[in-house]
Design a protein around this ligand. Structure first.
Ligand code: XIL
Length: 462
């Protein structure tokens, strides 16, 4: 595929698109040029990160480059399902924590990767299906996101769930076969467990406008319209010797949906165009104000999963390649300023009301709180998301009693503990979501077999 050259023309176009004008930065020439990838990206409010491996942290060349050049890290494998829950219910965070601490001690952002993915599922999950798998998956999201609560800049909540090719639909997997709503259930559980993390959907072959990226686009648009919590979309950008001509336009159309976009796993096959493709990707991100940063999938060529393709910015000895210089120059040429508020200051739990019509009406006033339930159902089961809203007085603890019809059985709950699994089930707050300011809301959820409640839930303060 020919490599489109995006030189001055692209930047000029970005500069004339209205609101961007004032935000377009004026870091030109060499006077203000930063000399590392992270510092250069930071000039426009962005990060420049690398995927790193716990097993390489003892390599001094590796850690020197890591600590000097990058201000974001992603665990290459250490936070995946097989790594964090090798047997069901037994969680191991040793290597994930090493990556986390490496990042935090260096002042870097940490991208969490990935809560649910059909690859690198632990063996025990591979052999599961249906409700048991759904429960296990949601429990996994809840446990891992809770362990890292408050520490992760952005989570890849779901990775690679769309099919390649022209269908634009979902990829078949045991997760997908638990019901089409598995992705939104995962996002709701992640939000409840770590309200400060940005929640991303991440995929590959979505780097231009095509059937697959349009499938993702339609899902994100649907999620935004229904209040499913999603904050960002990751574009892996494992590129060969070409790049789609509409790479930037594709980022822009997602950003226009009201989500951040990030380049999450960039690597580019070595060839005559490697440096140009890297620069093109960098300029595209800089041109899109909601593109918050770029991550390369490894540091040196010898660290890459693409053995023999030499797709990274540093050679096997740790020397900077031409591709490095082209990225640094592109970063220093500037772009739109990324206005993203630091994630710790965003107030997520109480943000956009769920727009799905509640299946129930609020209880009588005077109870101190109200609760509404929205359901995602499939044949024989459902996930219920319950929104608890404080009345005129702040809550210091709450209990929501959901009357379940005969035959419904709760199989799991998150961000709450349940008194029973059938009948009038009382869900009580857990330690981190009992305090709700007057008029504010929090959410919890549960999964059950059956048809779903139709009667009114009762919320009680205290
Ligand atoms: C890769 C790792 O780099 C390898 O070490 C591992 O053996 C397989 O996974 N898309 C993703 C990443 O989202 O998690 C993958 O990482 C690369 C493709």
């Amino acid at each position: 595929m020919p490599i489109p050259r995006r030189g001055r023309g692209t930047l000029l176009m970005a500069a004339v698109t209205g609101a961007v004008v004032t935000a377009t930065i004026a870091v030109t020439g060499t006077a203000n040029a930063a000399t590392t990838l992270g510092a250069s990206a930071a000039q426009t409010g962005r990060y420049f990160g690398a995927a790193i491996a716990a097993g390489r942290l003892g390599d001094s060349t590796y850690t020197r480059i890591l600590n000097t050049e990058f201000n974001s890290v992603t665990p290459e494998n250490e936070m995946k399902w097989d790594a964090t829950e090798p047997s069901q219910g037994r969680f191991t965070y040793t290597n994930g924590d090493r990556i986390l601490n490496q990042g935090l001690s260096n002042g870097s952002k940490v991208r969490g990767h990935a809560l649910l993915w059909h690859n690198q599922e632990p063996g025990w999950a591979q052999s599961m299906s249906g409700t048991a798998l759904r429960n296990a998956a949601i429990n996994h999201v809840t446990q891992v996101a809770t362990h890292y609560r408050g520490k992760i800049y952005a989570w890849d909540v779901v990775n690679e769930a769309f099919a390649d090719g022209s269908s634009g639909g979902r990829r078949d997997s045991n997760l997908q076969r638990t019901g089409n709503d598995w992705i939104e259930a995962a996002f709701r559980a992640a939000r409840a467990a770590d309200p400060a993390a940005k929640l991303c959907y991440n995929d590959y072959n979505t780097d231009g406008v095509n059937a697959k990226s349009t499938g993702v686009y339609n899902m994100v648009r649907d999620f935004k319209s229904r209040g499913v919590p999603i904050d960002c979309v990751g574009f892996q950008s494992h590129l060969g010797t070409g790049i789609p001509g509409d790479y930037q336009a594709n980022l822009q159309r997602f950003a226009a949906l009201g989500v951040d976009v990030q380049i999450t796993e960039l690597d580019v096959a070595q060839g005559g165009n490697q440096a140009n493709i890297y620069a093109t990707v960098t300029r595209a991100c800089l041109a899109v104000s909601r593109c918050t940063g770029i991550t390369v999938w490894g540091i040196r060529d010898s660290d890459s999963w693409r053995t023999g393709e030499n797709p990274l910015l540093f050679d096997n000895s740790g020397n900077k390649k031409a591709a490095y210089t082209s990225v640094l120059n592109a970063l220093n040429a500037g772009g739109t300023t990324n206005p993203t508020t630091p994630p710790v200051t965003t107030p997520p739990v109480t943000t956009p009301p769920v727009t799905t019509p509640p299946v129930t009406t609020p209880p009588p006033s005077g109870a101190g709180c109200t609760a509404t339930v929205s359901l995602n159902t499939w044949t024989g089961g459902y996930v219920a998301t319950v929104r608890v809203t404080a009345g005129a007085t702040a809550l210091n603890g709450w209990t929501v009693t959901v009357p379940l019809p005969s035959g419904d059985v709760v199989t799991g709950a998150w961000s709450s503990t349940n008194s029973a699994t059938t009948g009038n089930v009382a869900f009580r707050n857990v330690d981190y979501n009992g305090q709700v300011a007057a008029g504010a809301s929090t959410e919890f959820g549960f999964q059950a077999n059956g048809a779903g409640p139709s009667a009114t839930p009762v919320c009680q303060a205290g």
